[in-house]
Design a protein around this ligand. Sequence first.
Ligand code: BDR
Ligand code: CA
Length: 316
Amino acid sequence: VQSLIIDCDPGVDDAAALFLAFAAPELELLAVTTVGGNVPAHLTQRNARMLRQIAGREDVPVYGGAERPLKRPPAGAGDFHGAEGLGDLEPFEPQGIIGDGPAANAIVDLVMKRPAGSVAIAVLGPMTNLALAMKRERRLAEHLGPVVVMGGARSEGGNITASAEFNIWADPDAAAVVFGSGCQVTAFGLDATHQVRATEARIRAIETIRTEPARTTAALLRFSQRTERTLVGWPSPDWGAPLHDPCPIAWLMKPDLFSLKPCRIEVETGSDLTRGHTAVEFRVDPATARHRWAVAADAQGVFDLIAETLKGAERA
Ligand code: BDR
Ligand code: CA
């Protein structure tokens, strides 16, 4: 069982990732930390607590984190996630406590008090919290276990600009700290996540599972279906919105679902034009490379894993 911290900005696809992790027997979820990203930080923190309550996992602490990127004004992606971040899910004031202190401190404490290499972190939003944690504790990078991130764009360009994917674009300075920290980072950028699309049949398979997390996941996927149609396009009847954030979680649970290539990833922080671009260099020595880039995904396998895991919780 892999111990894990999820740092996120829910966000409809963050929500799907959280429901997957909450139900996964392969993962021991130590904490959820939140960051301003898709919507402002006070909403991502509340949303994480709403999702935790829906999943009945009040045992997992939620820590609120950075309200703004390291050096830039806050961004937002409300068009894709709804004004409050969780599509058309009716907001409610969740019960359950908010963890003490900012997310960056919680990350440092949770990782440093456990054996080196034992705690993984999945970053599903702008990387501000992890960058702040690394600045706060210089030994964090070498003490961390697997670092998995959703972020970056290479072959087909970005989803927020021609060059950049949203999470990296939102806080390129933080991403540069994380990729430059020396730790092993496995990145699931758009090259992989755009292969993992929520088609009608895949949504239906989740809809038939009779648990609140499954019902909510399906409703959020339907919301994404609508935003994708109106904001991006729907080139064929069997199309679907990409499901980004569950990819790194699915990989931790079942690594065969993705093909990875060793590489070196550097982030553009200077140019306004290409801000947040991820330069993914495959001409590296695989024996010493610190980064890996997901090049291909077994999309049906990812959706089957989500359905099986949510079904497992139905039986539990
Ligand atoms: C990423 O940006 C956010 O809008 C999503 O939640 C995901 O983490 C995709 O580019
Ligand atoms: Ca996200």
